[in-house]
Design a protein around this ligand. Structure first.
Ligand code: RB5
Length: 149
């Protein structure tokens, strides 16, 4: 399983912690930037990670901005992306189990590295349950089609 990771300047330090953690747990990743603390625009980095997921290069994307809000909103504008902005492990696990989330977003000004690592485990180790949840995920795709997202 390969993971695409990306962040804006607000998420740069936490992305470093994420890289260390993914390496430690043996999860392959590609780093799509940003590469420093100079101000950048979070939609650009949401798009980079989403593109890597949609192309099939990566199974999941993990994106970080200051709050996790802007970068998750941007990712969720892209057809086929289901980005879960999580601040707890339960939500992350359920985002896989019920929503078949393919991206995870963090707010670096909200959570620390320890909590982030627990959330990453819950997300990456989670499994989509299918069944009635498939119907609901299909309805999300239908909404994307209907509104030309
Ligand atoms: C950048 O200052 C900040 O707005 C951004 O990282 C993010 O929090 C937006 O949602």
């Amino acid at each position: 399983m390969k993971v695409a990771i990306a962040c804006d300047h607000g998420g740069f330090a936490l992305k470093g912690e994420l890289e260390k953690y993914l390496a430690a747990r043996g999860t392959e990743f590609i780093d799509l930037g940003t590469d420093g603390t100079a101000s950048v625009d979070y939609p650009d980095y949401a798009e980079k990670a989403a593109a890597a997921v949609l192309s099939g290069e990566c199974r999941f994307g993990i994106v970080i901005c200051g709050t996790g809000i802007g970068i998750s909103i941007a990712a969720n504008k892209i057809r086929g992306i289901r980005c879960a902005h999580c601040q707890d492990a339960y939500s992350a696990r359920m985002s896989r189990a019920h929503n078949d989330a393919n991206m995870l977003a963090f707010g670096a000004r909200v959570i620390g590295a320890g909590l982030m690592c627990d959330i990453v485990d819950a997300f990456l180790d989670g499994e989509f349950e299918g069944g009635r949840h498939s119907r609901r995920v299909e309805k999300i795709a239908a909404i994307e089609e209907k509104y030309g997202k």
